[in-house]
Write a protein that binds this ligand. Structure first.
Ligand code: ADP
Ligand code: MG
Length: 251
């Protein structure tokens, strides 16, 4: 379980995220949704201990993220940030290998290599594994970063807009893969999604943020309601009960 108690991050005198009180249950996919600037990335990076908070506390699987040594946390939580600024000239396989660092400390074992290959296969990067990151398309690079996070093999996986730059096929494949990781491997996945329809279809829980506050929390059926979605996103949204489930229509 992930527990946020009165978590506050103050950027400026006008902009503050929180205080947020939130419990994210163990297992399954929880989607964080909300308009630009709502505080999704801020919240995720604080859970992933990459950003400090000004007040409150966060625990992940009982570990206090501001007190537990980073090395220990890295075996429990992995995080993909919205912007990756890896400038080093690395191959896909080398990048994915970094995911094993908390376990191997730099010396990759046969078991590490197996997990790296598995993550590369999951993201269909086999043919690209020897390519340098700056020789890939944006979507291919995005998949390489997700493979690195999956190679870390943690119980809690935090992903900030991992579908950025991905085409429809790869978006669907990635969500199906994450769904399997949640149901078959029991992982707890918290994912920032831009497209409410992906959240509605694949998430077990949806948490909506607006102006730095949690404004809705529930199952997709509870959140995929015209009035609720329209209020979250500040624009008229209809919900259609289509052949593949509920679909938000916003144009
Ligand atoms: P989201 O991911 O939901 O789009 P963010 O968490 O990135 O939102 O940002 C939340 C708010 O905090 C926005 O208003 C943003 O402009 C502001 N913000 C983010 N980072 C900083 C920063 N380093 N300094 C000042 N304001 C920031
Ligand atoms: Mg963001």
């Amino acid at each position: 379980m992930i527990t946020l108690s009165s978590v506050l991050r103050r950027y400026t005198s006008e902009v503050a995220i929180g205080p947020v009180n939130l419990e994210i249950q163990q297992g399954g996919i929880t989607a964080l949704v909300g308009p630009n600037g709502a505080g999704k990335s801020t919240l995720l990076t604080m859970i992933g201990r990459l950003m400090g908070m000004d007040a409150g506390s966060i625990t992940v699987a009982g570990l206090d993220v501001s007190k537990t040594p980073s090395k220990e946390l890295a075996k429990t939580i992995s995080i993909l940030r919205q912007e990756n600024h890896f400038v080093t000239r690395l191959t896909v396989r080398q990048l994915v290998g970094f995911g094993r660092f908390p376990h191997s400390g730099g010396r990759l074992t046969v078991e590490d290599e197996r997990i790296i290959s598995q993550a590369i296969d999951f993201l269909h990067l086999g043919e690209l594994e020897s390519r340098y990151l700056d020789e890939l398309s944006g979507g291919q690079r995005q998949r390489a970063y997700v493979a690195m996070v999956l190679a870390q093999d943690t119980d809690y996986v935090l992903l900030d807009e991992p579908l950025n730059n991905l085409d429809m096929q790869h978006s669907v494949q990635m969500m199906q893969h994450l769904k399997r990781a949640a149901t078959e491997l029991g992982k707890t996945i918290v994912i920032v999604l831009h497209d409410i329809n992906f959240a509605g279809h694949y998430a077990d829980h949806i948490c909506a943020l607006k102006h730095g506050e949690v404004v809705a929390l529930g199952t997709p059926e509870e959140i995929m309601v015209p009035e609720t979605l329209s209020a979250i996103f500040n624009t008229p949204i209809d919900v259609i009960d289509g052949p593949r489930g509920l679909l938000a229509c916003y144009f």
